[in-house]
Design a protein around this ligand. Structure first.
Ligand SMILES: CC(C)(COP(=O)(O)OP(=O)(O)OC[C@H]1O[C@@H](n2cnc3c(N)ncnc32)[C@H](O)[C@@H]1OP(=O)(O)O)[C@@H](O)C(=O)NCCC(=O)NCCS
Length: 266
């Protein structure tokens, strides 16, 4: 159980935060001030200013969220790179987390005791569908996708994509290089689940997948190690005037963590 900050995580809990990451430039600047020297240097390597801003926004918001669990100011949240390049808290007693963003929206998963992976994608026209399916999906998944009615194919595609990506991100990506080494359920109406992992016969019972609907036009997926997790959806209501004017500066000195309104939608 994590009780150091203002957000409480019971042992089985996984919190999923839904965020807007297309914030005002004033807000981006404030969030950028929370970044570590390494993060500032990484942001500086992006050629496009939009990418710099997006990186600073997502990292800044991540720091604000994590500060609420560990009870440290956002700029003092110590992050490091873990297995397969996956970011994690340097304090090994802290919660597990994972982040994803796509075109103005982001998701952050925070888990008390299990590794997590999360992914979000805006549903869009993917161009050459068959070539992309060939690259991303296993033969079983391609077969399932081919049976989906044309009007539901984009959403089935992104359901499969986000489930695979979330599972890869749970593992730290690098450890599971082959996208055809596992199958996920992706048919419309079919519950998200892992169907097979090469060489691990009990994997479907060990890993839990959940479909997420973060916003209209977006699809997400969460992967958790361990089947008995309790997922709580947290929507970050940016009370913009208050947030823009005061919150980040208060956060920079506060030790209790974020003063943002986090509403549980379910
Ligand atoms: C690293 C990778 C997971 C990022 O995925 P993405 O879809 O481009 O981006 P997302 O928004 O979902 O996730 C990015 C965040 O994931 C986290 N992340 C980075 N490396 C990670 C890793 N090895 N494992 C888990 N999470 C990782 C970081 O917080 C990162 O945010 P940052 O760039 O601001 O530091 C991705 O580049 C990758 O290697 N994917 C391989 C799988 C693949 O080819 N999938 C195709 C579709 S099935």
């Amino acid at each position: 159980m994590h009780r150091k900050g203002v957000y409480r995580l019971e042992p089985r809990d996984v919190h999923v935060w839904s965020l807007r990451v297309d914030l005002s430039s004033a807000m981006v600047e404030r969030l950028a001030r929370l970044l570590s020297a390494d993060e500032v240097s990484r942001a500086g390597r992006f050629v496009a200013s939009a990418d710099r801003g997006r990186f600073a926004t997502v990292r800044g918001l991540l720091r604000v969220i994590l500060s609420g669990y560990i009870g440290r100011p956002p700029e003092e949240v110590a992050l490091e790179t873990g297995r397969g390049g996956k970011p994690r808290l340097a304090d090994r007693d802290g919660p597990h987390f994972n982040v994803s963003y796509s075109r103005g929206r982001g998701l952050v998963a925070v888990s008390a005791r299990s590794e997590v992976g999360i992914d979000i994608e805006q549903v869009r026209d993917v161009g050459n569908f068959d070539i992309l399916a060939e690259v991303c999906f296993s033969p079983v998944e391609r077969h399932a996708l081919a049976a989906v009615p044309a009007q539901e194919r984009d959403s089935a595609f992104f359901s499969g994509w986000t489930r695979k990506e979330a599972f890869l991100k749970l593992q730290g990506v690098g450890l599971l290089k082959r996208l055809d080494s596992f199958d996920v359920a992706l048919m419309p109406g079919e519950p998200a689940r892992l169907l097979r992992l090469h060489g691990v016969s009990d994997a479907p019972a060990r890993f839990f997948l959940r479909a997420l609907e973060p916003a209209a036009g977006y699809i997400g997926a969460l992967a958790v190690e361990g089947p008995s997790s309790r997922v709580k959806w947290r929507r970050w209501q940016l009370v913009s005037a208050q947030f823009e004017d005061h919150t980040v500066s208060r956060l920079r000195t506060a030790s209790r963590g974020p003063q943002l309104s986090a509403k549980r939608a379910s």
